[in-house]
Design a protein around this ligand. Structure first.
Ligand SMILES: [Ca+2]
Ligand SMILES: [Ca+2]
Length: 355
């Protein structure tokens, strides 16, 4: 018996402060279709679209966004990882929690082993909740909000974003455009289809960025944010050009088994932040199971079938504002032109022209 409780059926419930009985609230927390006893049925209307007003938030969600990925059937490497959010009581006083509600796309997310309600959260205390993306027929980017409910009104929420692929590998993989959307960025990657083409000209918001330099003294961040490619070891790093000799330095390696069709692939070694020094540097992906040569941000170093093997895009947040000195790096080490075999975010840098 699966101990988790599916709250997704609550997507079409609008919150009306004062019109809900405790029985109705408890029904929300236990997944019952209708409240028992008093005969009060929750009003079923349009999905909630208004966010919780910041002034009404008694619980602070950390992180403020959970990102999931999985496949339609949700098995093997297509299973969603369980993510955890902490609702911290930052109000300075004890807070009563009567339940939780999942808003937005129906049948998309599920709470794993939710706690009992009602309960009281002391000032400064945190309640940890585990969430996962469910399998389902609908593919693409799916969104929801997990809302914590107090005595009479919502008191905290966290945004959920999920990318559900048709299946594993090949044409089942999600397009780069969906990957960017699920990660909560707004970037024109040059098309919404899986195949973007391997031409050398920039597409969409792409910029020429064969090399980078630190934008400010100190650490830069390089983290893989997506991997949709065959399984196996996958190392990456920075390189410098020393009189045209390539000097690579490994910065990390992704987990080598079962994490090859996912957003935010976990690392098995390395660090996501480092100080590259003041000299220009590029990013490379080491040879792997599906590309026998390394793949570089500098086209002329690429010896595989795709010469322009990395597309670089300045990052914009969901409000469409530029994220300063932050770039998305989309790698095509092989030949099909989907540019999501590995995707990185690189922060605290600016592009450098090659002499
Ligand atoms: Ca590819
Ligand atoms: Ca791919």
């Amino acid at each position: 018996m699966n101990k988790s409780t599916n709250f997704s059926g609550l997507h079409a419930v609008r919150w009306h402060p004062g019109r809900w009985t405790l029985a109705a609230l408890l029904a929300m927390t236990t997944g019952c279709a209708q409240p028992q006893g008093g005969g009060v049925k929750p009003p079923v209307e349009q999905p909630i679209t208004q966010p919780l007003l910041p002034g009404d938030a008694l619980l602070n969600a950390d992180p403020g966004l959970l990102v999931f990925s999985g496949t339609r059937d949700g098995t093997g490497a297509g299973a969603s990882a369980v993510q955890t959010v902490a609702f911290e009581n930052s109000s300075g006083a004890a807070v009563k929690l009567t339940g939780l509600a999942l808003l937005g796309d129906a049948g998309t997310f599920e709470l794993v082993s939710p706690p009992p309600f009602p309960q009281t959260l002391a000032a400064g205390a945190s309640l940890k909740l585990n969430v996962k993306l469910l399998p389902g027929a609908t593919t693409g980017v799916l969104r929801s909000t997990l809302r914590a409910v107090g005595d009479t009104s919502p008191i905290g929420e966290v945004n959920l974003s999920g990318l559900r692929a048709a299946g594993l590998e090949g044409n089942n993989e999600p397009p780069l455009a969906q990957i960017v959307d699920a990660l909560n960025y707004v970037v024109n990657v040059g098309g919404n289809d899986l195949i973007l083409g391997t031409g050398a000209s920039p597409i969409g918001d792409e910029v020429a960025a064969p090399l980078f330099e630190r934008a400010s003294a100190g650490q830069v961040t390089l983290r893989p944010v997506a991997r949709y490619s065959p399984d196996g070891p996958s190392a990456y790093g920075t390189f410098a050009l020393d009189s045209n000799v390539v000097r690579p330095q490994e910065r990390g390696a992704m987990v080598s088994s079962g994490q090859n069709q996912t957003l935010n692939p976990p690392l098995q070694s390395g660090q996501t932040t480092f100080d590259p020094g003041s000299d220009p540097f590029g990013i490379y992906l080491a040879p792997n199971n599906y590309a026998k040569q390394a793949t570089y941000t500098l086209d002329r170093l690429n010896t595989g079938s795709t010469r322009h093997a990395v597309r670089v895009y300045p990052l914009k947040n969901r409000a469409g504002q530029a994220v300063p000195n932050s770039y998305l790096l989309a790698f095509e080490p092989s030949e099909n032109g989907d540019y999501q075999d590995v995707v990185f975010v690189l922060e605290n840098v600016r592009p450098v022209a090659v002499k």
